[in-house]
Design a protein around this ligand. Sequence first.
Ligand SMILES: Cc1cc2nc3c(=O)[nH]c(=O)nc-3n(C[C@H](O)[C@H](O)[C@H](O)COP(=O)(O)OP(=O)(O)OC[C@H]3O[C@@H](n4cnc5c(N)ncnc54)[C@H](O)[C@@H]3O)c2cc1C
Length: 108
Amino acid sequence: MPRDTTRRKRGTGEALRIGVVGAGISGLTFAAAMRRLSPATNVELYERDESATSRRQGYSLGLKGDAGLTVKTLDLYDLLAKEAITITNFVICDQRGARLLEYLRREG
Ligand SMILES: Cc1cc2nc3c(=O)[nH]c(=O)nc-3n(C[C@H](O)[C@H](O)[C@H](O)COP(=O)(O)OP(=O)(O)OC[C@H]3O[C@@H](n4cnc5c(N)ncnc54)[C@H](O)[C@@H]3O)c2cc1C
């Protein structure tokens, strides 16, 4: 029999209601994790932007460190890996194009 992972209000046995403010990557990841790990817990997600295109977004999604483990736990790794590219060269310039920081893969 599967273990009941529903989060409950202490002393009442009632399923917990959790409000998540902000549907950025943190809020969405938390909500997705709760849905997977504790499906009966009531998670409500609140976002002030009207849509995903209400304001400009970044050009990429960088996942470092523990983020890989998190997406594996949520079974999203293969899906993301299909769309991902490995960045080998990275340069940050000032407004005149002068190089401030660069990471270039060494050949050989
Ligand atoms: C200019 C810039 C460019 C970036 N480019 C990249 C990039 O290309 N790749 C990358 O990986 N990272 C990039 N980052 C970093 C990345 O944006 C953050 O690491 C990431 O967005 C943090 O996620 P978060 O969910 O914690 O917060 P956010 O993404 O900031 O999400 C918080 C959400 O909460 C909502 N919110 C806030 N207050 C309320 C409220 N009171 N009620 C309802 N909703 C609310 C906001 O509208 C927002 O949608 C960039 C950051 C900046 C500033």
